[in-house]
Design a protein around this ligand. Structure first.
Ligand SMILES: Cc1cc2nc3c(=O)[nH]c(=O)nc-3n(C[C@H](O)[C@H](O)[C@H](O)COP(=O)(O)O)c2cc1C
Length: 442
């Protein structure tokens, strides 16, 4: 099926004057052939919006004002908190998203939620603040609370979790195009900072493209495309479809960020080449390897200690800290099982730091015992292209798609990761595309 294409030159989000076509209802299979219609929820023209917010940036001007970021930390509930963003920025992240906040609770002055959740500082820029919502007025009220500190406000249209189904937000709005359009349009017409959106793909690329065009026409100034369908979650996560991301990139005029399938630093350029996207967003691999965007191969304890130093300055919930440390030490805790319980019981930064110091001693001993010593420039790669790092090195979490394979493959993998690679195996760090790379995703 052919999909509509955009002009080659990047341009502003939408031309002044009449807004671009935006289907108010979910279209049939041939969106390109549908007549252009202005949805009823467009109350202002682009000219009127520009006049209302003359300095607010659009499309590629917005992207340039953000520093044309290629390396982007994804929104992650309970995990892309301020302390983690600060760590990620030290290691090459050029743009960070906050965790998703619930617009209704965030905008409600009676609730403690805002104070509990909202955290930023002057160094925490550029920053995109993400919300989930199904009520335009609530979204606007929430966005206004933080507009002064946000580079842009993002709408989550990708969350596939049960809670999102019950709450009617995230990817469960993919059947409610009119509501999605209204949510975005309300911010575009009323908010002093630009609105952006993060979407998932449909199984049908033409529908994905039509959806992205509707999101763009409503006013989104950057679109992040997570190249997985809604059903790809948990053990069904599988691969993101970069071809779909490319189709969106070719069909819209606003910048596009690609999301999905990043395990190693080299994957970022592969993703940029394959999708033609303007930047690459990483979620899960950033959690397991916060140095991902630096291209450096570093020991887990170093990143853990640095993170905890940041947590001494920036109050951080112990649940978030524990979550991060469990991920960083994912491959070491099965080796040093006694320290696992200490990590479960730790409450204060000092207690977490004591655990990490103990782990450092153990892991440094493991590293010293390895012969030949680990050489980051000479990493072995398995038949699927997974790199065989020792357990104390920051590395992506690997999962396999099918339950049957899962248990045995994962066990073998863990063994391989905990044991030094045979010296006679040919070194290759090319990040071969044939590996069945899967990560979990929300
Ligand atoms: C712990 C965790 C929390 C997440 N929370 C959010 C969120 O708040 N908002 C959102 O749009 N996506 C969220 N996601 C999804 C990611 O932003 C991203 O789209 C997905 O994980 C695919 O990227 P990846 O392959 O780099 O992991 C979350 C993912 C993870 C692993």
């Amino acid at each position: 099926m052919t999909v509509p294409t955009r002009p080659a030159e990047p341009a502003a989000a939408a031309p002044a004057g009449k807004p671009a076509a935006a289907p108010a209802e979910q279209p049939a299979a041939t969106p390109a052939e549908q007549p252009a219609a202005t949805p009823a929820y467009f109350t202002l023209t682009e000219e009127e919006i520009v006049a209302k917010f003359p300095t607010r940036l659009r499309g590629y001007d917005l992207l340039r004002s953000l520093g044309s970021p290629k390396y982007i930390v994804a929104p992650m509930v309970d995990q892309s908190e301020l302390a983690w963003r600060m760590l990620s920025r030290r290691y090459g992240a050029q743009l960070c998203y906050t965790p998703m906040f619930h617009a209704k609770m965030f905008g409600d002055a009676q609730q403690k939620y805002f104070e509990e959740q909202w955290q930023t500082n002057e160094a925490d820029r550029p920053l995109v603040v993400q919300f989930c919502a199904n009520d335009p007025a609530a979204l606007l009220a929430a966005a206004r609370r933080i507009a002064g500190e946000a580079s842009a406000v993002d709408l989550n249209l990708g969350c596939p979790q049960h809670i999102a189904r019950r709450g009617r937000y995230g990817s469960f709005l993919m059947e409610e195009w009119d509501l999605v359009g209204r949510l975005i349009r309300t911010l575009h017409e009323e908010l002093a900072v630009p609105v952006t959106a993060k979407i998932r793909v449909f199984p049908d690329v033409a529908k994905t493209v039509a959806y992205a065009q509707m999101v763009e026409a409503a006013g989104a100034q950057i679109i992040t495309v997570h190249g997985r369908v809604r059903e790809q979650k948990g053990h069904k996560t599988g691969l993101a479809d970069w071809a779909q991301i490319r189709a969106v990139k070719e069909a819209v005029r606003v910048p596009v960020f690609a999301n999905g399938n990043i395990l190693y630093f080299e994957d970022i350029q592969r993703c940029l080449d394959a999708t033609a996207a303007d930047g690459v967003m990483s979620a899960e691999t950033n959690l397991y390897n916060p140095a991902l965007f630096s291209g450096k191969v570093l020991p887990t304890w170093q990143l853990a200690q640095e993170y905890l130093e940041i947590c001494r300055e920036v109050p951080t919930k112990s649940a978030y800290i524990r979550g991060h440390l469990f991920k960083l030490f994912r491959y070491s805790l099965p080796v040093h099982t006694d320290l696992r319980q200490r990590l479960v019981e730790a409450r204060s930064v000092d207690e977490f730091a004591a655990c990490v110091d103990a782990l450092q001693t153990r892991l440094a001993a493991d590293a010293a015992a390895l012969t030949p010593p680990f050489d980051p420039d000479n990493v072995q790669v398995d038949e699927f292209g997974y790199r065989r790092y020792p357990h104390w090195i920051c590395q992506p979490a690997l999962r396999f798609e099918h339950d049957k394979e899962h248990s045995s493959s994962k066990r073998l993998l863990n063994e391989a990761l905990a044991t030094p690679a045979p010296a006679d195996q040919a070194p290759d760090s090319s990040g071969d595309a044939k590996r069945p790379r899967t990560t979990d995703s929300s």
